[in-house]
Design a protein around this ligand. Structure first.
Ligand code: ZN
Length: 367
């Protein structure tokens, strides 16, 4: 099973090399647009036909562009046309990102540099590796893209890297995770991730937001945008911390309730809170997934129905079993925190789910 990740590295280049990259981007765009125009006019997404029809013209228009990049631009143009079913002509901006294959770029992740073919010959670029990318240095590079952030003329290298997941330990143990509003996550091993800090911070943001919204001036709108970015990063940070702690627990499989069911449940909440909650639930799941996969562990989704009403000891399902945060089974008298009860049900469903499906079923890698 392969896991694929994309890492984004900031390139350090000399000003000459930077100019060469800019020229290459302009050339690449010319090549792309010739190909997409031909494809659009002849209603064709065939790479071979496009090559035969446009190669001569492209070579004359941008004689310095390395031929691998000519091919790359043509392939990307054909794929773009295919994606829009030739309904309109996809046009590139002058400095859009360029796809590079292994013939035109050599990336040395562990040494921190790359050599890149441009319209002015090969250039060298160096990059620092942030700490959180260290685990990926030994992975195999699948493809690379070079992009430009225009306002500060910084180039970025996006590398798609790939690895086989390590073998999962023979003995499988399942941890159930219940997500909620009061407790962000409750695990079936009795861990609670509730955060008063999160709640306080969120309500501060909500208060500020309401104030700014009632003002409605242009500067208030600008501040709102800033605020939402800051809040998003805060929630992402919390989700990173929680997911990291969860996947490091000594379990090989993590069971989460199916998210679509949560969405239905929480529909009663107020507008923005609801949206943010859904979004942060989803993000927590994404983070748990990719961090678990990196460790060769697995994540399964289970049906969320009845997880909060069912007794995790005797299996009795009754709505009145749950009262707010406390759970008391009307049949066997078992008492427990309601979210913990739910997480144990999720763990159990995760185990029975495994029994029905092949153990090493593929998990879709998230990019
Ligand atoms: Zn019971």
């Amino acid at each position: 099973m392969n896991v694929i990740r994309t890492i984004k590295l900031k390139l350090n280049v000399s000003s000459d090399a930077g100019n060469s990259l800019l020229k290459t981007m302009r050339d690449y765009t010319v090549a792309f647009n010739i190909c997409s125009t031909w494809g659009f006019e002849s209603r064709s997404v065939s790479k071979i036909n496009c090559h035969n029809a446009t190669y001569h013209n492209v070579r004359q228009s941008v004689p310095d562009l390395p031929s691998s990049l000519v091919q790359g631009a043509r392939d990307v143009a054909c794929e773009a046309l295919k994606a829009v079913k030739c309904q309109f002509k996809p046009l590139r901006k002058e400095y859009s990102a360029m796809r590079y294959n292994s013939r035109v770029i050599n990336v040395f992740l562990t040494s921190g540099y790359a050599t890149i073919a441009t319209s002015d010959g090969r250039i060298k670029a160096t990059f620092g590796i942030p700490e959180y990318y260290r685990p990926y240095l030994t992975w195999k590079i699948k493809s690379s893209t070079i992009s430009l952030r225009k306002n500060n003329s910084t180039f970025y290298l996006h590398c798609q890297v790939e690895t086989d997941t390590p073998k999962i330990a023979a003995e499988q143990s399942v941890l159930g995770i219940d997500r909620g509003i009061v407790n962000i996550a409750v695990c079936s091993d009795n861990t609670f991730f509730n955060s008063r800090v999160v709640k306080n911070t969120r309500s501060q943001y909500a208060y500020l937001r309401a104030q700014l919204q009632s003002k409605g001036t242009r500067s208030a709108k600008r501040k709102l945008r800033k605020l939402s970015g800051r809040e998003r990063r805060f929630v992402a940070d919390v989700n990173h911390c929680i997911s990291k702690q969860i996947v490091q627990k000594p379990f090989t499989i993590f069971a989460l309730e199916n998210l679509t069911k949560i969405r239905v449940q929480k529909r009663r909440g107020t507008g923005f809170n609801r949206k943010l909650n859904n979004w942060s639930f989803y993000q927590l799941e994404q983070f748990i997934r990719y961090k678990a996969e990196n460790l060769g562990k697995q994540v399964v989704s289970v049906d969320a129905r009845y997880t909060s009403q069912k007794c995790s000891v005797c299996g009795h399902v009754y709505k009145g079993n749950r009262n707010g945060s406390s759970f008391k089974c009307r049949k066997c008298g078992f008492e427990i925190h309601a979210d913990l009860n739910a997480s144990r049900n999720i763990a159990r469903d995760g185990i029975s789910d495994l029994g029905r499906s092949p153990v090493n079923r593929p998990i879709v890698a998230c990019l």
